[in-house]
Design a protein around this ligand. Structure first.
Ligand code: S3P
Length: 168
């Protein structure tokens, strides 16, 4: 990981990108950047409010633009939003400029984790019941996995140790 400037953590909502990103940044001394947080700071409003006012297509353009404007001249760990790799050429671009790591979790494990979070803060999940949420995760993950699996490294979070990431 020493030679790589940018490390991108990708994966579904609830896969632990921010948590692992912070741990990895602490361990390696790299700067940590959370893409969602950067977007919120730039907008001055929450992602849920932006979705409601401008729609998803507009959010995806903004997300892609902000992703590609992140600093690449210093060693960073970047936690992306769950949809970021799946729009425009973002996955190809991340693979060109840095090291991509997919944090894999099966749908039921994602569901368990997401059920413990504030669902309303994630616009795609807002209003879904527990059962609907599991169906949504299964179908959305199936749709997105072809992008996620383009990552240079796939880390199975069920057995993941920080050392596995540090060694990359
Ligand atoms: C989204 C994931 C969110 C955020 C937005 C859309 C998605 O990020 O970017 O709500 O489409 O998967 P997290 O994966 O950090 O929750």
């Amino acid at each position: 990981m020493t030679d790589t400037k940018a490390v991108f953590l990708i994966g579904f909502m609830g896969s632990g990108k921010t948590t692992w990103g912070r741990k990895l940044a602490n361990k390696t001394g790299r700067a940590f950047i959370d893409l969602d947080e950067t977007i919120v700071n730039e907008l001055g409003t929450s992602i849920a409010d932006y979705f409601a006012a401008h729609g998803e297509a507009s959010f995806r353009e903004l997300e892609s633009r902000i992703l590609k404007s992140l600093p690449l001249d210093q060693p960073t760990i970047i936690a992306t939003g769950g949809g970021a790799p799946c729009y425009f050429d973002n996955m190809t671009w991340m693979n060109e400029v840095g090291l991509t790591i997919y944090l894999y979790l099966p749908p039921k494990a994602l569901w368990d984790r997401l059920m413990q979070t504030d669902i309303a803060s994630r616009p795609a999940l807002n209003g879904l019941s527990g059962e609907e949420l599991l169906t949504y995760i299964q179908s959305k993950l199936a749709e997105r996995e072809s992008y996620y699996l383009q990552a240079a490294h796939v880390a199975n979070q069920l057995s993941l140790q920080l050392e596995e990431l540090v060694r990359l």
